[in-house]
Structure formats: C-alpha cells, structure tokens
Design a protein around this ligand. Sequence first.
Ligand code: 5RP
Length: 229
Amino acid sequence: MTPPYDLDAEKRQAALKATEFVRDGMVVGLGTGTTSKHLILALGERVCAGLKIQAVPTSHDTAALARQSGIPLIESDNAWMIDVAIDGADQVDPALNLVKGGGGALLKEKIVAAAAKQFIVMVDHTKLVPGLGGSFPLPIEVVPFGWGSTARNIEQVSGGKAVLRERNGTVFQTEAGHVILDLHMPKIADPATLEIELNQIPGIVETGLFIGRTSMLIVGHAQGVDVTH
Ligand code: 5RP
C-alpha cells in the first residue's frame, strides 16, 4: 500500500463488516468516533429494513446519530446485558490491546466494552502499531480537583509527560464532568502493568488502555478488510 490512503473508506469498510456480526434480538454497544458513525449509519439502514436490536450509546453524539438513524436506545441506568459492543480505536498492538479516548469518550466506552459478551474493534490500517504509545498519547480521564497533582503522580509512575487536554482554548470536559490528561511517552513496554499502576493513583477515573478486551479486530485497507479473532 502506498499513500495517499482513503482512510475514511477503510473505516467504512471495517464498519460495514462489523454490522455482519449484529443479529436480530441483540443488545449492541455503540462506540464513538468517525468509524462508529459509519457503523451507526449502516446499522440504521438495517433497522429500517427490519432488523430488531436495541443499543447502548457511548456518547451524546452517538446517541443523537443512533436516534436519527432509527436505532432504539436503552436508557443509560439500565443494567444492560450487551451482546456485542463495537467501537473504533486510536492504536492497536499485535496482542489486540488498544489505546482509546482520542474523542474523549473512553469512560463510557470502557464501561460498555466491559459489559459486553463480545467486543469488536474496527480500524483503518494506520491504527495498527508494533507497540502502544509513541505516536499517540494515552488519554487518562481524571477528576478536575487536584488534576495537577494527579498529573505529577502519573508522570512519576510512567516517566511520560501528562498534558491537560484543551479544545479551542478551553479545558476539555468529558460527559461525566472530568478532564483528560494526554500522557505522552515513548513506546509502552508493558501496557497491562502500566494500567494497573495508573489505576492506583487517586484522581484517575479511567485510562484509555483497553487490555485483553478485544474479541475481534476488523482492519480496513485498500483491498478490503482483515478479520482477526
Ligand atoms: C473515542 C475513541 C475512538 O474510538 C477513537 O478515537 C477512534 O476514533 P475514530 O474512529 O474517529 O478514528 O476512543 O473516545
């Protein structure tokens, strides 16, 4: 493959493939981001054609698009039994571990992935990396109180640089009212250990490390899609 790539087409191909794993009667977790938008539009077409599903959205944007597309939603305080959650990712390593949270929805995304019997990840080919970290910072959702102190603790544990996420000159706030620290560090040698260490720091709500959660990976590329179980 040589550039320029049509990454949106790759995402769409991956999303279309993912819809094949959604069947009548399922409760589906809907991810957030540009790849998930393709998924929601395609699922909406199938719902209009008679597919019977209910969905749990991982962000307000996803909920709005799902409603517009005719996909019935389950209220967020229900104790869901999710058959399959389908979402994008920012990085995927050879063990199918992920970095997620580029869109700031990592908390709901991880709750939904953890509640699902199956977690399908759809990406364009540029998301595949030999190791997590490096080219993409690790998003970490933290409570606003004492975020500077939390950032210092994160830097001590990781050896990286934690940068408060801003959008258009103001501090980015998540849907749960938290802030995000983007942790810049070289390749993450041991993502599972880093996740455990970060989770011990007070103030951290959730990290964008998704370790051992991927049931299936669908990668879009110029010639089609690759599916890995
Ligand atoms: C949002 C996410 C997204 O899944 C991730 O950023 C990938 O986004 P896209 O599908 O737009 O490439 O984790 O919090």
